[in-house]
Design a binder for this molecule. Structure first.
Ligand SMILES: Cc1ncc(COP(=O)(O)O)c(C=O)c1O
Length: 446
């Protein structure tokens, strides 16, 4: 009798994976269970989830209280259309989000994921100016190294990359300004002596395009997919100031940074700014279920209130405000209230600094960046010129970490560690040791 096929063989026959060349790909990891910071494979391996399952998980896998909230909700109401109905989890979640968000954000528009949260923000900003009877504004200003999602609008505001190249024909034009990527300063300056001069590029864009700018869109404090680029908070404060000065909207994409990832509940808090529109997803449901939220200020919301039907925001998704997702999001906010979650991120940040900073001495390490629960190491072939990005090393490094039981997915030449916040100090030490050993081996040319 032949053995039944395992998960990997069945997957190979029928499944198409994201960001994956299916012809040459390595076998996917067959995951059968998650618990706390660990994932378990079909063949009995235990892996520490060092990327929080694509940056979504914060309280650990299969958290008893989140599981309970989900099973309680499923017995009551699993889903209902949200265009003409409402329900307790959606209303409660909106109330509680508004209570924890930077003050001034007042109305919550739900969608399905991070890309749709951004898509909604872009469409709201576009329609806002028409609704307040101003000439249409069609220009969005976004930053180099920005990433905002894979739907066409979100992909348009994202910086050009290998991931967007095939879709150039579909992307609408966006004006791009410098990001404060201090290690590769676009102006060749040093952070300790500069005056965040890179803001000048945003100011020039606003100056040139004046009243045609619908919004400036940023990932505050941490540009994730662009290479875990950590900002000086002065840049964020400057973006808000310039948006006010030039009279345009600020959209903060906090899909990655929201819910504690940078050490504050929201990254906007690092510079005490309130964006006009904020995009949330990923950790919104603690990584349990897809849910997006785009939250706006009263001023933006009011622009859509009218007896003129054309001023309505005509946008929605079948699973808008899914009650199961909202219920888990509420349970996650309970954990924040009860469990000193941000204190844990603070401990993690200290450990990441202590553990990763010594790696600066390695000849392959160009930069080490830490913010909140995210630690990143940028690899270079030549430390002097900061050139030769070693992009091709990413997948080989991922394999080396995997052999040691640590799941990481380097972004090209940037190795980063972003575990669920529930990771213990001992587990963090262990993971940082693995990272150090693998990079030291690489440094020795092994
Ligand atoms: C800052 C940011 N915005 C938007 C997205 C898109 O989110 P999703 O993958 O849920 O569509 C991501 C995903 O990584 C992100 O990091």
């Amino acid at each position: 009798m032949t053995e039944p096929d395992g998960l990997v063989e069945r997957d190979r026959r029928r499944v198409w994976h994201p960001y994956t060349q299916m012809l040459t790909r390595a076998a996917p990891l067959p995951i059968v269970k998650g618990e706390g910071v660990y994932l378990y494979t079909e063949d009995g391996r235990r892996l520490l989830d060092g990327i929080s399952s694509w940056w979504v998980n914060i309280h650990g896998h299969a958290h008893p209280k989140l599981n309970q909230a989900l099973s309680d909700q499923v017995r009551v109401l699993e889903h209902v259309v949200f265009a003409s109905c409402t329900h307790v989890p959606a209303v409660e979640l909106a109330e509680r989000l508004v209570a924890v968000l930077p003050s001034g954000l007042t109305h919550v528009f739900y969608s399905d994921n991070g890309s749709t949260a951004v898509e909604v923000a872009v469409k709201l900003a576009c329609q806002y100016w028409q609704n307040i009877n101003q000439p249409p504004r069609r220009i969005f200003v976004a930053l180099h190294h920005g990433y905002h999602g894979d739907t066409v609008g979100a992909m348009s505001v994202s910086d050009e990359s290998i991931f967007t190249r095939a879709f150039s024909l579909l992307r609408f034009p966006v004006v791009r300004a410098h990001a404060p990527y201090c290690y590769r300063c676009p102006l060749g300056l040093q952070r300790d002596t500069c005056s965040v001069d890179c803001l000048g590029s945003l100011e020039a864009a606003l100056n040139t395009h004046g009243d045609a700018v619908a919004a400036v869109l940023i990932e505050p404090m941490l540009q994730g997919a662009g290479g875990m680029i950590v900002w000086p908070s002065e840049y964020l404060a400057g973006v808000r100031r310039l948006c006010d000065q030039y009279g345009t909207l600020l959209i903060a994409d906090e899909v990655l940074t929201g819910f504690g990832r940078t050490g504050r509940m929201f990254a906007s808090e690092h510079a005490r700014v309130t964006p006009d529109i904020i995009c949330l997803s990923k950790a919104l449901t603690a990584g349990y279920l897809p849910l997006g939220a785009t939250v706006v200020t009263e001023r933006v919301y009011e622009a859509f209130l009218s007896h003129d039907r054309t001023k309505t925001f005509f946008h929605g998704h079948s699973f808008t405000a899914n009650p199961l997702a909202c219920a888990v999001a509420l349970a996650s906010l309970d954990l924040f209230e009860q469990g000193r979650v941000l204190d844990r991120v603070c401990v993690l940040e200290r450990k990441l600094r202590e553990g990763l900073s010594p790696l600066r001495k390695l000849s392959v390490v160009g930069d080490v960046r830490v913010i909140g629960g995210v630690g990143a190491v940028e690899l270079v072939a030549d430390k002097q010129t900061r050139g030769g990005y070693l992009d091709e090393r990413g997948p080989r490094l991922a394999d080396a970490f995997l052999e040691r039981g640590l799941l990481l997915r380097p972004l090209g030449n940037v190795v980063y560690f972003m575990p669920p916040y529930v990771i213990t100090e001992e587990e963090t030490d262990w993971a940082l040791e693995q990272i150090a050993e693998v990079l030291e081996e690489m440094d020795r040319g092994q």
